[in-house]
Design a protein around this ligand. Structure first.
Ligand code: BJ8
Length: 422
């Protein structure tokens, strides 16, 4: 079922407009994903998750909400979903990766800000995203300027709380951060009307650790050469991680990993071992942003790693499960979140080291750094990344783009020229 107008109506959506949108997704999807040669069979679960994105999964969330599970929307991997699970809620990522909602946002927001912020905001003001409609509240954060100022406006449409994320990682920042984590826990508990005690927090940590661990396993298998899975399929799974039910998602990822192990054992791959291997680093690619991966893989290369928040930054670190009391749990949780190396921090040299580490682990032969337009922190950090790559002889290219199709031809030319170097 790709249409559920009754549900959309109940969610307060602009049904007339929205009804025209899912087929667009389906056609793009067939072209980008279903046409791939020799795809793993167990990708079918993830295809269904996309096919049912506006029906099956949203109905599942809506039913759970009516059954007493409030829904919290987030925009950043710094907001601890473990605590939402611990308090009996549902956590979903709301970032926007679609061009279709940008015009709605530009009626209100300035045009020269990040397309991800505009896309997300446009989804809400245009009432064209069921996930935005189903949330009880959203939890933003103070990472970049575009986001933190947009939350003030978003609050007019949906209750929006803001978590202060420091800009540095000194000892004193840790204590501020821990207090913010505690405030977040209280806000979630108020809406779920449940106190997340030690056992509940332990269970929340375990569930989300298991999800992140499954993604780690998948990414390690994907690094095999020849690759048993394409980069665009991996990106898709990383995107689905933000809205699927976490326990089922982890099971499905492990089932796919089992298949990939067999493929590796049998010498089955999606591209020959001689295929140029590219690692992508930089800003997140929110669903349905598949633009760069499609360009790279259409040019005859394969993407073997995403150093991104919709990528390894989301799952590279787990929380230590050995705490003996609630205070220690929250401290360890905070320590895990402090390891996320977003360019909004200064200094952020850990990220340079992490990019180089992932480059080695993935067997990549070059790095394409992806910056969303007007994302100052990632764009500026690309200078240091370039220097680090040049010092080691790693082919490096940085690109700045948005969601519009206008620059696709130019990007294709640049990517093709880059692939000739590697
Ligand atoms: S931890 S990367 S999810 S802030 S791309 S909206 S920074 S102008 S998304 Fe991010 Fe959290 Fe950092 Fe990750 Fe602003 Fe840049 Fe846009 Fe960005």
């Amino acid at each position: 079922v790709h249409s559920d107008p009754e549900l959309w109506e109940e969610l307060g959506m602009d049904v007339a407009r929205f009804s025209g949108m899912p087929p667009m997704l389906t056609n793009a999807y067939k072209n980008i994903f279903l046409s791939q040669h020799n795809r793993p069979e167990r990708m079918s679960y993830f295809d269904d998750m996309v096919a049912n994105i506006h029906t099956g999964r949203i109905r599942e969330i809506y039913d759970a909400k009516k059954g007493g599970k409030p829904v919290i929307g987030t925009f950043c991997v710094y907001v601890p979903e473990e605590l939402v699970v611990a308090a009996g809620g549902i956590c979903i990522g709301l970032c926007g990766g679609a061009q279709g909602s940008i015009a709605d946002a530009e009626k209100i927001l300035p045009r020269n800000i990040c397309p991800m912020v505009k896309s997300a905001f446009g989804f809400k003001v245009g009432k064209i995203c069921p996930y935005f409609q189903v949330v009880d509240l959203v939890y933003g954060e103070t990472t970049c300027d575009a986001k933190k100022k947009t939350w003030e406006l978003l609050d007019r449409y949906v209750p929006t709380h803001v978590m202060e994320i420091p800009q540095m990682k000194r000892e004193r920042d840790k204590w501020l951060w821990l207090d913010e984590v505690k405030d977040f826990k209280s806000a979630v508990e108020r809406i779920t009307d449940t106190v997340a005690d030690f056992d509940a927090v332990a269970a929340g940590i375990k569930t989300i650790n298991a999800k992140r661990f499954a993604l780690q396993r998948l990414n390690a298998l994907r690094h095999h050469n020849p690759s048993p899975i394409s980069g665009r399929d991996m990106l898709l799974i990383e995107q689905i991680a933000f809205y699927d039910e976490p326990v089922r998602f982890a099971q499905k990822v492990h089932a796919l990993c089992d298949e990939l192990e067999q493929r590796i054992g049998n010498g089955v791959s999606v591209a020959p071992a001689s295929t140029p291997r590219v690692m992508v680093s930089g800003t997140p690619m929110a669903l349905p942003n598949w633009k760069l991966h499609f360009i790279i893989e259409s040019a005859g290369a394969i993407v073997v790693n995403e150093e991104s928040c919709i990528g390894t930054r989301y799952y590279k670190d787990l929380i230590d499960e050995g705490s003996t009391d609630l205070e220690q749990q929250l401290e360890r949780l905070t320590e895990r979140y402090m390891k996320i190396d977003c360019s909004c921090f200064t200094p952020n040299d850990d990220r340079i080291a992490q990019v180089l580490k992932e480059y080695e682990a993935s067997g990549a032969e070059g790095i394409i750094d992806y910056c969303l337009q007007f994302c100052h922190t990632y764009n500026i950090e690309a200078v240091k990344l370039r220097e680090a790559c040049e010092a080691r002889g790693i082919p490096f290219m940085s690109i700045e783009t948005d969601y519009a199709p206008d620059d696709v031809g130019q990007l294709q030319t640049r990517v093709e020229a880059f692939l000739e170097q590697i």
